[in-house]
Design a binder for this molecule. Structure first.
Ligand code: ZN
Ligand code: ZN
Length: 311
């Protein structure tokens, strides 16, 4: 049985975007217009501005529609907060594709208040309103596996957060995502900047979304369908899963690694590799697989997970 990862067989082309960004409408240091200008200037096709959706900032869902230009679009969104998580702090939940009139909860600030909507509740409300929803920066948040399990509405886990890498060396979401995948959850994996422009937290992690047109509607549909991969630089061009091996076509990379459940993983290393065969060995028994490629500069790209066809 041959499986292609669907992002590579779906119609359209890849569009580069950042899904997690802040501006002066919350605690970022640049005006929304300037944030959009910089992403456009850096060659991005789209941006979601996702300011902190709390009362102290007026529950912003910033209108970025005026900053769309030919070849550059924006998706409305916010970073939602309510809580608490098991550690007593508020949830951070990324919601991309919110309606402009998404109702505020009762997160007055970043504190915990009696009667607050829970994190899983506000995530479900965002999904019902049409958003693509991701569990933000699990390692930075100190998220537990029980916390992560409870957000049943989420489409994705933020597996690489560039701001958390720059600011506190806690960028990871893969550890918790892999555990959820092994429990049978269907999830996609996103890399983001979480840019505030207050430190070197921008242009370091993005998604490449396959769609037939660069419109908010088409991009959102593809995000929800998992038709994308994430990157810090390298390009993924095709991933084919065969019963005994995975074939990865990419820009020139130095390592190609396939990961699965538990300790199962296999890496192939070389020089300027663009078509790499990775034998599955005991990975062949894993119910899911995902792929990492690493270029000579150490920059990575990550596929979404694929569930193995058992037929
Ligand atoms: Zn956050
Ligand atoms: Zn953020």
């Amino acid at each position: 049985m041959t499986q292609h990862l669907p992002a590579f067989t779906a119609p359209g082309r890849f569009w580069r975007g950042n899904l997690h960004t802040h501006s002066t409408r919350s605690d970022g240091i640049l005006q929304p217009e300037e944030v959009c200008r910089r992403y456009r200037a850096e060659g991005y096709d789209f941006l979601a501005l996702t300011d902190h959706f709390v009362g102290q900032y007026g529950y912003p869902i910033v209108d970025t529609v005026p900053f769309r230009t030919p070849g550059f679009t924006t998706i409305l969104g916010a970073e939602l907060h309510s809580g608490p998580m098991q550690n007593g702090e508020l949830w951070h939940i990324l919601a991309v594709g919110l309606p402009a009139d998404f109702a505020p909860g009762n997160a007055l600030d970043f504190g915990v208040h009696p009667g607050m909507e829970t994190g899983p509740e506000i995530a479900a409300r965002a999904v019902a309103a049409g958003a693509f929803v991701a569990i933000a920066h699990p390692q930075w948040s100190g998220l537990t596996l029980a916390d992560a399990r409870s957000v049943t509405a989420a489409h994705a886990v933020e597996v690489y957060n560039h701001g958390c890498a720059a600011g506190c060396d806690r960028p990871d979401g893969f550890a918790i995502a892999d555990l959820l995948l092994t429990e049978g959850r269907s999830l996609s994996l996103i890399a983001t900047d979480d840019a505030h422009f207050s430190e070197p937290d921008h242009f370091g992690g993005w998604v490449m979304v396959k769609a037939t047109e660069n419109t908010p509607e088409a991009l959102l549909a593809s995000l929800k369908a998992g038709l994308f991969y994430s990157s810090q630089g390298p390009e993924l061009r095709d991933v084919t899963v065969l019963p005994d091996r995975v074939i990865v076509e990419s820009s020139a990379v130095a390592s190609v690694i396939v990961q699965g459940a538990g300790t199962a993983a296999k890496g192939v290393h070389g020089a300027s590799m663009t078509r790499t065969e990775v034998p599955l060995n005991r990975l062949a028994q894993s119910p899911w697989l995902r792929i990492t490629v690493i270029d000579a500069a150490g920059r990575r790209a990550w596929s979404n997970p694929v569930r193995r066809d058992q037929g």
